[in-house]
Design a protein around this ligand. Structure first.
Ligand SMILES: [Zn+2]
Length: 383
């Protein structure tokens, strides 16, 4: 299992200058490779392959003396990145989505470079990170990389005026967690982040809204600054830092939530929502993007895999319209939060949906048995 560990770097002035030089060379190389692919297609209808371009890195380094500062495998990884951009482009074309041909990268659009084989070109030297062409860069090790794990690759990033390193680390296989006998269905929603089939609601945390508010204030301040000025640059940096802060908080929160679910449940069922389609719906889009569904699913899946838990995705059709007790179906407006069915089941709308998700997942578990039909049932113990 691969996991990412990210740390802040504190390069000296001279080291930082060299890091910017590496970025500049990589960006130039990226744009050249993109140009080559573009021209080859326009004039010869030919696809230039990844290995073909990687082989040319050698000549590139010979031709441009300033490229000597860049490690050869770093140039290769630039081609890997470009190739990924093309694969994503081809996939979008095939899916008939808005395609967006890979773009040439401007100065502010290229902010990272990688070492694809840790130990070659990038190594640990005591508590410092030794990088080819750059030197021994101090790292703030705010959390330990687990023992008996191996660093596979690393990527150096420049974000909001600060430098970071991300290690892709292979963790030792974890043993499976003991069975709990608990299976849970989730409704991922707009008003609450998650409602479980047991009736519990998990809201978006408050600090998250506060972070968003601060982001708005900073963005307005940025809009008032004169273009091209020094103050504008400073304000932009503040906005970028706040963006990063909000994203970190959200990631952290979703990490904790997914860990808790995987630890306490043998199986978790959720709707197989095509987020990409839903994001197009302007009414729902902001909260969906905000609540980070995609990230959450990803976390759940990899944690479940290493803990021997199962995640099932079910067809979202009719989960909110169907009564989980009698199976009756009726159209329920989005404004209706509480549903009284003729059969006597009276439940919160999202709670109903979560139960239906659990039923659709087909786990042989008594679903309605622990449904409390009174409103007080929602004050269940936290996850
Ligand atoms: Zn009913």
């Amino acid at each position: 299992m691969l996991k990412t560990f990210k740390y802040r770097l504190y390069p000296s002035k001279a080291q930082e200058k060299r890091m910017f030089q590496v970025l500049a060379v990589c960006r130039h190389w990226y744009n050249m490779c993109l140009e080559e692919r573009k021209l080859a297609w326009e004039f010869e209808q030919r696809h230039v392959t990844k290995s073909e371009q990687q082989a040319k890195g050698k000549y590139y380094r010979k031709t441009f003396p300033q490229a000597q500062i860049v490690f050869s495998q770093t140039l290769q990884s630039v081609v890997d990145d470009l190739d990924k951009a093309f694969q994503a482009f081809f996939r979008r074309v095939k899916a008939r989505e808005k395609a967006g041909y890979p773009r040439f990268k401007g100065r502010n659009r290229f902010n990272s470079f990688a070492f694809k084989q840790f130990g070659v070109g990038a190594t640990l030297d005591g508590r410092r990170l030794k990088l080819f062409g750059i030197g021994r860069v101090p790292v703030r090790w705010h959390r330990a990389i687990p023992e008996a794990s191996t660093i596979k690759t690393c990527r150096i990033k420049h974000q909001a005026g600060q430098w970071y390193v991300s290690f892709a680390v292979e963790l030792p296989d974890q043993s499976e967690l003991p069975k709990t006998g608990r299976f849970i269905g989730l409704d991922m929603g707009i008003s609450a982040l998650i409602t479980t089939s047991e009736g519990e609601k998990v809201e978006n945390p408050n600090y998250y809204r506060a972070g968003q508010r601060k982001l708005r204030v900073l963005s307005r301040a940025l809009a008032r600054k004169k273009p091209g000025g020094k103050n504008r640059r400073k304000a932009l940096k503040r906005v970028q830092r706040q963006h990063m802060h909000v994203a970190n908080q959200r990631g952290d929160y979703l990490h904790k939530l997914s860990t808790k679910l995987v630890q306490t449940c043998d199986g978790v069922a959720l709707e197989d929502l095509a987020t990409r389609n839903m994001v197009r719906n302007p009414h729902l889009s902001k909260s969906i993007l905000d609540s980070g569904w995609g990230i959450f699913k990803q976390y759940l899946l990899y944690k479940a895999a290493s803990a021997g838990r199962e995640i099932r995705f079910v067809d979202p059709a009719y989960t909110s319209q169907t009564c989980p007790q009698c199976g009756g179906r009726e159209k329920i407006e989005l404004s209706v939060r509480w549903v009284n069915c003729g059969c006597g089941l009276s439940l919160d709308r999202d709670h109903r949906a979560a139960i239906n998700v659990l039923i659709k997942a087909g786990w042989d578990t008594p679903v309605i048995a622990h449904v409390d039909t009174g409103r007080h049932g929602l004050e269940a113990a936290p996850l």
